[in-house]
Design a protein around this ligand. Structure first.
Ligand code: CP
Ligand code: NVA
Length: 302
């Protein structure tokens, strides 16, 4: 299997790579061998994390490697030392460097240094590790995803971008419902429409997007680093809560998904988040299985 030197976005995998990663994610650990035996994996976090840190650490251990967690301020990307110096040094210790950063450009510079394998653990631009888990959870629910419909309600943010990419590459229809000022641009919609045979559309009306949808996704209205804009954002998204009346428009077998952390009463009502259609906990657990699939793929394992 070909090694991939960076996964900054889902599109780095392509459709075939994405399907392969999801296959590996569904495979028993014992079938994967130990492709990281004796290897280090650096996990650098400039922002807080529960799911991403734990799922990555455990996936690395399951594959025989050793994860080393470091807080962003200890590394100091472009503050303590230049990004290029950081990655060239870490490359001597670790087979893979994975990072959660404020500035996606720092990941691009790590990749362009071309000294080790780089994985995006969330940036201002995208969250591909989340989208791998999202796809896995939807496959778990529906089997083959081609022709299924994903509705995204809320901010066209890092999570939305990666989910849209993964869904389109898997042949799903994607419908975005986002308020003015928080939408995908026309250029972005054009780019996304080139990824799959199925359609991508955008509306300001959550009801129009959710009608007949199979998976209804949302995320916080205030991402990490946007706290100063919280009041403005909460006003802009006031009509975008995913609640039972919105979910009633979705397909009979529809599910609700959220990458978490979630804010009950804001982007999702408590009865939907904690209700029978919610798959948020299995989705969170799928982060580890997806991470194991991706790491195996990146390490060239079987
Ligand atoms: N969904 C997600 O990335 O969660 P954490 O921020 O807890 O890692
Ligand atoms: N959009 C959120 C996702 C958190 C996992 C953020 O960037 O904070």
């Amino acid at each position: 299997m070909a090694e991939l030197n960076a996964m900054l976005d889902i599109t780095d995998l392509g459709a075939d790579g994405l399907r392969r990663v999801l296959h590996l994610a569904r495979s028993p650990v014992s079938d994967l061998g130990r492709p990281l035996e004796g290897d280090g994996v650096a996990l650098v976090f400039e922002k807080p994390s529960n799911r991403t840190r734990h799922s990555m650490e455990m996936a690395v251990v399951q594959l025989g490697g050793h994860p080393v967690y470091t807080r962003g301020e200890e590394v100091g990307l472009d503050t303590r030392e230049p990004v290029e110096d950081v990655i060239r040094v870490l490359a001597g210790y670790h087979r893979i460097v994975a990072a959660r950063v404020f500035d996606h450009g720092h990941l691009v510079r790590m990749r362009d240094a071309a000294v080790t394998t780089v994985i995006n653990l969330l940036s201002d631009h995208s969250h591909p590790m989340q989208a791998l888990a999202d796809a896995l959870t939807m496959q778990r629910e529906f089997g083959e995803l081609t022709g299924r419909v994903v509705a995204w309600v809320g901010d066209y943010n890092n999570v939305a971008r990666s989910l849209a990419e993964a869904s389109l590459l898997l042949g799903m229809e994607v419908r975005l419902a986002c308020p003015a000022g928080y939408q995908a641009s026309d250029v972005e919609l054009e780019r996304l429409s080139g990824l799959g045979a199925a359609a991508i559309s955008q509306t300001v009306d959550p009801r129009a997007a959710v009608v007949g949808a199979h998976a209804v996704h949302t995320d916080t209205w205030v991402s990490m680093g946007q706290e100063d804009d919280a009041a403005v954002r909460r006003a802009a998204f006031a009509d975008y809560t995913v609640n039972t009346s919105l979910m009633a428009l979705a397909a009979d077998d529809s599910i609700f998904m959220h990458c978490m952390p979630a804010y009950r009463g804001l982007e999702v009502s408590a009865d939907v988040f904690d209700g029978p259609r919610s798959r948020v906990i299995v989705q969170a657990h799928d982060r580890m299985h997806a991470a194991r699939g991706l790491l195996t793929f990146m390490a060239g394992g079987s």
